[in-house]
Design a protein around this ligand. Structure first.
Ligand SMILES: Nc1ncnc2c1ncn2[C@@H]1O[C@H](COP(=O)(O)OP(=O)(O)OP(=O)(O)O)[C@@H](O)[C@H]1O
Ligand SMILES: N[C@@H](CCO)C(=O)O
Length: 322
């Protein structure tokens, strides 16, 4: 459960008094997520999500995320909408943290995605990339792109081998390959950058919406696909599921055809995506804040994925042209 910051009921009631969403009926901390503190609010006007932004979110980026959610909704993407207070401002401060109330999205995430879910995700991801094409704002720094990985490693290096023997050497080796060889010049635009199954809602098997845009940034579109292949197409035992990968890639490609250069770069992008989540998970695993209600994700899941990507010989191993 991710609640790093506790909110007192009286404090929340005074905060809500500045909005037009009625009085508070109930609120509770939400049992998913690892990044920010999230509460489900029931007010006289219905259900809302209150997010208090924690360590990894730079407050300077918040207007970007809010504008992006509004832009995507205007282009037909189902995603949470920031709720504005009576002065027309969406961002506030609560319990000493930047805070946002957003609309509640109905639907549930799937714990074990099927190939059909992966196909729906591929279509939605391409739709997101197209919807973001005319969004003009940019984040100042994309802190979790390639230049951000070595500083994460520096935080975890000394204790990495306590998580898996040889991990520090493997990460050092991987950075040595990825940093100088990261592709340039591929199609770029708005990417979600964290579109894991817990951030995608379904109703009766139909994809109903996307949440959690707090890693969204301008980056390579195919890197977003690589993140999704990692998050959606591996089994619990660490094996890549070719059927799921093929479903995701084919559905994406039906909406936006990948260029030959993007296809060639896919194995490297998948390695980078695996390393990015291995690193953030490793840092979090080694630094759980005292008293926080959070269950950190196991970095070793991404070590297994990284090992798979290091072993692939051709893009056919992902389900392209196979
Ligand atoms: N707008 C929303 N509508 C309905 N439920 C939501 C909404 N926003 C968040 N949730 C619920 O809260 C949970 C945590 O939200 P979110 O994924 O944004 O948190 P996070 O800490 O950023 O998580 P993550 O670890 O995925 O980065 C979600 O899994 C979902 O159950
Ligand atoms: N989706 C991330 C957590 C949020 O950044 C992970 O599973 O590591």
């Amino acid at each position: 459960m991710a609640v790093y910051t506790d909110v007192a009921p009286e404090e929340l009631e005074s905060f809500l008094a500045t909005y037009d969403i009625g009085r508070l009926r109930a609120f509770k901390g939400i049992a998913e997520g690892v990044e920010n503190s999230n509460y489900l609010l029931q007010t006289e006007a219905g259900s809302f999500i209150l997010t208090l932004y924690e360590k990894r979110v730079n407050p300077d980026d918040l207007p970007f995320f809010i504008d992006l959610m509004e832009h995507l909704a205007s282009r037909g993407i189902d995603c949470p909408q920031p709720v504005k207070n009576r002065t027309g401002t969406a961002l506030g401060t609560l319990a000493g943290r930047p805070a946002l109330i957003a609309t509640f999205l109905v639907g549930t995430s799937v714990r074990r995605p099927t190939a059909a879910h992966c196909a729906a995700l591929g279509t939605a991801l391409a739709g997101l990339h197209k919807a973001g094409a005319d969004f003009t704002a940019r984040r100042r720094v994309n802190a979790l792109s390639v230049p951000g990985w070595r500083p994460l490693f520096d935080q975890a290096k000394a204790r990495a081998d306590t998580v898996a023997p040889g991990l520090a050497d493997l990460i050092a080796d991987e950075l040595g390959v990825l940093e100088p060889n990261w592709p340039a010049g591929l199609p770029a635009g708005i990417i979600h950058a964290d579109l894991f199954p817990d951030n995608v809602f379904f109703i009766d098997g139909r994809l109903s919406g996307l949440i959690d845009f707090y890693f969204a940034c301008n980056d390579l579109l195919a890197y977003d696909i690589a993140i999704c292949l990692n998050a959606w197409c591996f089994e619990a035992d660490g094996a890549y599921n070719l059927t799921k990968g093929r479903a995701l890639l084919a559905a994406y490609g039906a909406e936006r055809a990948l260029t030959p250069a993007e296809i060639d770069a896919l194995p490297l992008l998948c390695r980078g995506a695996a390393l990015r989540f291995l690193l953030t998970r490793l840092v979090d695993w080694l630094n759980v804040p005292l008293g926080a209600l959070v269950r950190p994700h196991d970095p070793r899941d991404y070590l297994r994925r990284l090992r798979f990507h290091r072993s692939v010989e051709s893009v056919r191993d992902y389900g392209i042209g196979a």
